[in-house]
Design a protein around this ligand. Structure first.
Ligand SMILES: Nc1ncnc2c1ncn2[C@@H]1O[C@H](COP(=O)(O)OP(=O)(O)O)[C@@H](O)[C@H]1O
Ligand SMILES: [Mg+2]
Length: 611
């Protein structure tokens, strides 16, 4: 396939507006059998040529066998020797052609799987919360593994066997008919039974194998869950119920696999026996014809050979029908992902270099799942200044920051960066200029240094490590990292389980500082640190704020007081707005929060002096 057209189609795809609901989006965002065949036509043609060669050579062998036998019966040793040598040559060449036909056609299947997998991941990277709300991670994984394998089977094994059957029929049946129409009919008579038998087995075979796959999927999901929730399991003494649940999944998997093995075990003996019966019919019927002198012994042997060459493709066809149906269903499930519309669409029209960093929010409203989370939010932050966003838990602060960074589908004409509607700015540009340090930091299962520097091009280079160390020092993390067994090279465990909440938060903060964006959005970076660390981090944030626009979500008045301007968010609305000083003079939420935190601080100080 040509990579160019692929990229083009994708570019078109992201630029065109999403189609109205219910209308399928442009066909190029999904894969159809036609497109797969088109993209892999070179492999299919080359594989097909080898297939024709191998089937033709195979069909030659029964004829050579006939000649050899007839020569032997006629006591013509030299001719028999010549023909049997030819037979060996045909067999060797046929085998070679057969190998190449498999290589080319199965490779086409692998290529399709590879490309589909890459497309899937790309699409998953741009799909938003509305997709993931309706499709679980397990479902996505199942499509990326089981369904993908099914499509590979369809494109490789399926295509090969269909073409093979057609060629085998074309090469063998006419020869058989020419020799004896009667014997041909007798030989082909049991074929419908073959197809019927394989069809009968194929359905439950696929169903069982799917059940077995699903059971293993369920087992590993269970294991993964209980391992990652190990602390909760221990804390609430859930070991026994967890073990019981695991045992159940394990039993399910065992019985599903045994059922599959039983079915597989009985399939081949039954098919083998029916093929042998067909062969017996030819032997019996043909034997009588030989006795009557209608055909020679060589003819009879050749007939058996031709029969075998069409019998197996016929048996396979029964199986292929099911592969075809499954493959198409799998392709449809994969296409559901490929054709899903992203929430945040990159419809770049304005491209900008480095932003100055002025942010304006105008009548921003946002609903998710029928719930209004933000309403009529209006404020602006001049370039280079700082804004604190204060509010109770659930007020909508995190949602607001996600909308500013377009990590959620920001409505048009409601957020402006340097006067430009952010929904019109190329996503890559926007992400370079606006960076959000999330409240719940996600850590990768790698070293501390890589976790901080991962957004940099080469996280392992000396320069990157030096900058990561610097950033860690800024956020008061370096000393704690130094006490870890391997310092910056300490692996933090899955999702960073070996770090405390406050440490994770500071890794996330260091990451954002390293990105050095013009607009820095910090989502409650102090929620899990103690008072002393808090003021040190605030100093670091002050330094980081120099020369850039800062939006700081916080529930700490001490932090908010350092910002040029403050807004208070409650139930998705801006309820107060002003400077720290003006808000204190009022009697609103901010003043009450200040009072509460002041008393708490005094009590803490008293306790500290008494102990
Ligand atoms: N993905 C989501 N789907 C539905 N509701 C959400 C989602 N994320 C947040 N919410 C809801 O939005 C409201 C605001 O959440 P959030 O912005 O996280 O509050 P906070 O001010 O504590 O950061 C909450 O009531 C929360 O339940
Ligand atoms: Mg929040």
């Amino acid at each position: 396939m040509t990579v160019d057209t692929q990229d083009l189609s994708r570019a078109n795809d992201t630029r065109s507006p999403p189609p109205p609901p219910g209308v399928e989006s442009s066909a190029d965002s999904g894969w159809t059998l036609g497109r797969i065949a088109q993209a892999n036509r070179k492999s299919f043609v080359i594989g097909g040529v080898f297939l024709v060669a191998s089937t033709g050579l195979a069909a030659l062998i029964p004829q050579l066998l006939r000649g050899t036998t007839n020569a032997i019966v006629a006591a013509d040793g030299a001719r028999g020797m010549r023909l049997s040598l030819l037979m060996i040559v045909a067999a060797v060449l046929g085998a070679i052609a057969r190998i190449f036909s498999r290589i080319w056609i199965f490779n086409a299947g692998r290529d399709v799987e590879y490309d589909l997998r890459a497309d899937l991941l790309k699409r998953l990277h741009i799909l938003g919360p509305s997709f993931f709300a309706r499709t679980s991670a397990g479902e996505v994984m199942s499509r990326a593994t089981n369904d993908l394998a099914q499509v590979r089977l369809l494109v490789g094994f399926g295509a090969l066997n269909i073409v093979n059957a057609v060629i085998a029929y074309a090469a063998n049946i006419p020869v058989m008919l020419a020799r004896s129409p009667k014997l041909t009919l007798a030989a082909l008579a049991p074929f419908p039974v073959f197809i019927f038998l394989t069809r009968m087995f194929a359905k439950p075979l696929f169903a069982r194998s799917r059940e077995a796959q699903e059971a293993i999927g369920g087992l590993s999901e269970r294991a993964q869950q209980t391992l990652s929730a190990m602390r909760v399991v221990r804390a609430y003494r859930l070991e026994d119920p967890e073990a019981a649940a695991f045992k159940k999944r394990s039993d399910d998997s065992l019985s599903a696999n045994l059922a599959l093995a039983r079915l597989r075990g009985s399939l081949w003996p039954i098919l083998g026996t029916s093929a042998a019966i067909a062969s017996l019919i030819v032997l019996w019927f043909g034997g009588m014809m030989v006795a009557r002198g209608e055909v020679t012994v060589g003819d009879l042997l050749a007939f058996q050979g031709h029969l075998a060459l069409v019998a197996w493709p016929t048996i396979a066809l029964g199986y292929i029908v099911t592969i075809l149906a499954r493959g198409r269903a799998s392709l449809n499930r994969i296409n559901e992902i490929l054709r899903a519309e992203p929430d945040v669409v990159d419809q770049a029209s304005a491209s900008m270099g480095e932003a100055r960093g002025g942010l304006r929010v105008e009548k921003l409203g946002f609903s998710l799942g029928g719930r209004e989370l933000l309403r009529d939010v209006t404020f602006s932050v001049p370039a280079g200044s700082s804004l604190a966003i204060v509010g109770r838990t659930g007020a909508g602060k995190s949602v607001l920051l996600h909308l500013l960074a377009r990590l959620l589908p920001t409505p048009e004409s409601s957020v402006f960066l340097d006067g430009a509607d952010v929904t019109k700015i190329e996503l890559a540009t926007l992400r370079r200029n606006v960076c959000l340090a999330q409240q719940e930091a996600f850590l990768f299962s790698t070293t501390v240094a890589r976790n901080i520097a991962f957004a940099m091009g080469e996280p392992d280079e000396q320069k990157s490590i030096a900058r990561a160390t610097e950033a860690a020092t800024e956020v008061q993390l370096a000393d704690e990292i130094a006490t870890m067994p391997d310092g910056f090279d300490t692996v933090v465990g899955e999702r960073g389980v070996q770090l405390s909440g406050g440490q994770k938060q500071r890794v996330s903060l260091a990451r954002a500082l390293l990105a050095a964006p013009k607009v820095l959005l910090l989502d409650d970076p102090l929620s899990a640190v103690d008072a002393r660390t808090e003021s040190l981090i605030l100093d670091a944030i002050d330094r980081a704020a120099a020369g850039r626009t800062l939006l700081l979500v916080t529930h700490r008045i001490a932090a908010a007081s350092r910002c040029d301007h403050v807004i208070v968010l409650d139930e998705g609305r801006v309820v107060e707005s002003g400077t720290h000083e003006t808000l204190l003079k009022g009697t609103g939420l901010y003043a009450r929060l200040y009072e509460k935190q002041r008393i708490e601080a005094e009590l803490e100080a008293m306790e500290a002096s008494q102990s």
